[in-house]
Design a protein around this ligand. Structure first.
Ligand SMILES: Cc1cc2nc3c(=O)[nH]c(=O)nc-3n(C[C@H](O)[C@H](O)[C@H](O)COP(=O)(O)O)c2cc1C
Length: 306
């Protein structure tokens, strides 16, 4: 089986998970320079916005980077044309069926990984022709399935179900969790929350502080209509949880739409702060390249010692 680093064209088998509005070009480029695959998100972008974002990264790095496409976004097929023109070599798809996009990507010679929450959806993605899957467990920050299972349960099950490389996501933030992913049969990792606490991530310092101070159990999952979203269990999240069920979904959805603003204004109790369970386990803000290098070096040392 081809190695994930070879498929990605990177030094390390590490993907920066797409993170909506906070996948800023400086962070994407820093991950690439650090040996991983930086990745742009396309949520909220039109095709010209995507072209500008790609140009923004290219100003900062000559290394390859990836782009995440939202499978159910009607603009995604047109975005594939931009990716071909811009010679983007790797794409992850998420939030919907990968069937239509993966055939476009395959015809264009672009490597495609689909983000999956279950073994059955992993199998469907492989049947649609993807080169690999990202098995994302319920610990992860961002949108997830209503009954998401943990990374520890999901990854081995996906590994035994499909014959393509599996990249583990959800809760991976240090050498120990990196090693655990490989021990479960994953060939690579995708990380999100750990990179929110990088120097290059342009979220408000108060958001970074709230993530560093989070305690175990300091995140919660709210329903947002198309699934659920994991966020810090702050004042707003707790007040939404207390609402009657029928009101909760619509109010959570409205609050979620405003989440990008919270990353900028830093009002960490008035808005939703999207984050994974590992937020409280991260002790320091570091350059993104150092986060990746330490994770891989520590993880490989642990694996050698097992
Ligand atoms: C703030 C934030 C925004 C995210 N936005 C997206 C997105 O736009 N598209 C996507 O496929 N995944 C998104 N994710 C999920 C990440 O790509 C990644 O799979 C996840 O963060 C991995 O789990 P971890 O946070 O425990 O590392 C987001 C995650 C976070 C924390």
């Amino acid at each position: 089986m081809e190695s994930v680093a070879h498929l990605l064209g990177t030094e390390y088998p590490v993907i920066m998970g797409a993170m909506g509005s906070i996948s800023n070009p400086e962070l994407v480029a820093a991950v690439c320079e650090g040996g991983g695959l930086g990745q742009l998100a396309t949520v909220g972008l039109d095709v010209e916005g995507l072209r500008r974002a790609i140009a923004g990264v290219r100003e900062l790095t000559a290394r390859p980077f990836g782009v995440n496409l939202v499978a159910r976004n009607p603009l995604s097929p047109a975005m594939v044309e931009i990716l071909v023109e811009e010679s983007i070599a790797v794409v992850t798809t998420s939030a919907g069926s990968p069937t239509a996009l993966s055939s476009l990507l395959r015809d264009a010679g672009i490597k495609a990984f689909h983000v999956v929450p279950s073994p059955s959806l992993a199998l469907k993605a492989v049947q649609a022709g993807v080169d690999g899957v990202v098995a994302e467990g319920g610990e992860s920050g961002g949108v997830q399935a209503a009954r998401a299972v943990s990374t520890l349960t999901l990854v081995p099950h996906v590994v035994e179900t499909v014959d393509v490389p599996v990249v583990a996501a959800g809760g991976i933030h240090d050498g120990r969790s990196y090693a655990a992913a490989f021990a479960m049969g994953a060939r690579g990792v995708q990380i999100g929350t750990r990179l929110m606490l990088s120097e290059e991530c342009r979220i408000h310092p108060d958001v970074k502080r709230a993530l560093l101070e989070a305690q175990p159990g300091g995140t919660t999952v709210l329903p947002v209509g198309m699934g659920c979203v994991r966020v810090l269990a702050n004042d707003l999240a707790r007040s939404l949880e207390a609402l009657p069920a029928e009101e909760r979904i619509s109010r959570c959805g409205e609050a979620w739409m405003r989440a990008p603003a919270t990353f900028q204004d830093g009002d960490v109790n008035a808005g939703l702060v999207i984050a994974g369970e590992c937020a409280g386990a991260i002790r320091e803000i570091l350059p993104a390249g150092e986060i990746i290098r330490r994770m891989v070096e520590d993880g490989e040392a642990i694996l050698r010692g097992l």
